[in-house]
Design a protein around this ligand. Structure first.
Ligand SMILES: C[S@@+](CC[C@H](N)C(=O)[O-])C[C@H]1O[C@@H](n2cnc3c(N)ncnc32)[C@H](O)[C@@H]1O
Length: 392
């Protein structure tokens, strides 16, 4: 493909991605994967170039662009090689119209930039949310140890006790060490969220929003497979990914429970007031993961954020019923918005006077309200809010 043809393809893909973002359709990665599957003539160099163009354009636009051409023209404002390719050549983009407008730059749609600013996320801190994420692994201590595990590539230890960092794009899933469960892909921020739970062998621990079990597996390793570890979630599909992962990891202690949204206590009643620790890795806007999903900022609106905040409060209230006297509740969101972080946790403490903030000693992070915030700029991790409350 010529460079101009790659640009035209990126424009068409962006048209689909923008439409999907507006209609809450398929995510960008899936749209790209589908295009590559159905256009076999595009070789690996073409694919890489098109993917880079698409993601660079997504990162370069703040608000949702009008269309793919406007998005590529916005990229042209920061990359001088783009605009000359709007030359009307065969398979390339039509020549530029005199009055054609580039999409707006910035970090996110205006309302969201305002929310970030109100949470003290501005300037370089905000820009870093759209940087490139590194690839982090967690060494599974049920099967290996960080100082001795042998991997096919060089890796640097991270601030997380069992963390390793390596070049983005490393095909970890093709390694025997991944297939055999010696390592898991997990961002350092997620690893530190698990560290905050401080789960010990023999405890009763509940991962209340377990999803596919990324954090559950880390908790099982911390507990050395001893005690009780419940993985609960309302999403059957996500929860179903846990057993094969647990099998690979040798995590034999996990019991999964599928929850009915709004009636979660129906299947948790036997655990009420018994947990040493409950992890609430709540559903959130994911503003802390824009490095991986930059188009997520086009999918969020104020009503959706409000709904997420209400769900977070609901799940926190559920979690409070499960913690035993003297036990702890750890609240985590991968968001830098106070509404989902420090503010949400403050509101929880106000509603539940039997809980008091419990200080965290994590190797990274900045105090925020009664918890800690991790950020791409300051900590080189995804953005997270992590806080712990102890029940009297
Ligand atoms: C941030 S994700 C969890 C990710 C997971 N802990 C991990 O490390 O891979 C939030 C999860 O909360 C779940 N969820 C949503 N509403 C819930 C509810 N009412 N009770 C429990 N889980 C819920 C979602 O299905 C989603 O899997």
């Amino acid at each position: 493909m010529t460079p101009a043809a790659r640009v035209q393809t990126a424009i068409e893909l962006l048209d689909s991605i923008i439409e999907a973002a507006r209609g809450k359709g398929a995510p960008a990665d899936r749209i790209l994967a589908e295009w590559f599957r159905s256009h076999r003539f595009a070789g690996s160099k073409d694919r890489r170039a098109i993917r880079e163009l698409v993601y660079a354009a997504i990162r370069a636009c703040g608000p949702v662009p009008a269309n793919g051409r406007a998005a590529l023209l916005r990229l042209g404002e920061v990359d001088a090689s783009i605009v000359p390719l709007f030359d009307g050549s065969n398979y390339g983009p039509a020549a530029l119209e005199d009055d054609e407008q580039a999409a707006k730059g910035g970090i996110a749609p205006e309302w969201l930039e305002q929310r970030l600013a109100a949470s003290d996320v501005t300037g370089d801190e905000a820009a870093a949310m759209l940087g490139r994420a590194p690839l982090d692994l967690r060494v599974n201590t049920l099967k290996a140890q960080r100082p001795t595990v042998e991997l096919p590539v060089d890796a640097e230890p991270t601030a997380a006790p069992n963390g390793l960092r390596m070049a983005t794009g490393t095909q970890v899933e093709q390694w025997a060490q991944w297939r055999d469960g010696l390592v898991e892909v997990q961002d350092t921020g997620s690893q530190l969220a698990c560290l905050a739970v401080d789960a010990k062998p023999g405890e009763n621990v509940i991962d209340l929003c377990a999803g596919g079990g990324g954090k559950t597996l880390a908790l099982a390793a911390m507990m050395d497979n001893l005690g009780a570890l419940i993985a609960a979630d309302t999403d059957r599909g996500r929860l179903s990914r846990l057993p094969p992962r647990a099998g690979r990891a040798g995590a034999t202690m996990i019991e999964s429970r599928l929850l009915d949204p709004g009636r979660e206590m129906d299947v948790l009643a036997d655990l009420a007031g018994l947990a040493d620790a409950v992890l609430v890795d709540a559903p959130c806007s994911g503003t802390g993961t824009w490095r991986r999903n930059p188009e997520a900022r086009w999918r969020l609106d104020e009503a959706e954020l409000q709904k997420l905040a209400a769900t977070q409060a609901h799940i926190l209230d559920l979690a409070a019923q499960l913690v035993k006297p003297g036990g702890r509740l750890v609240y985590v969101t991968c968001s830098l918005l106070d509404q989902e972080g420090a503010g949400q946790f403050d509101a929880f403490l106000t509603r539940h006077p039997t809980f008091a903030p419990h200080p965290l000693t994590l190797p990274l992070g900045t105090p925020r309200g009664h918890g800690v915030r991790l950020s791409p700029l300051s900590d080189g991790t995804d953005g997270f809010f992590i806080a712990c409350a102890a029940r009297a």
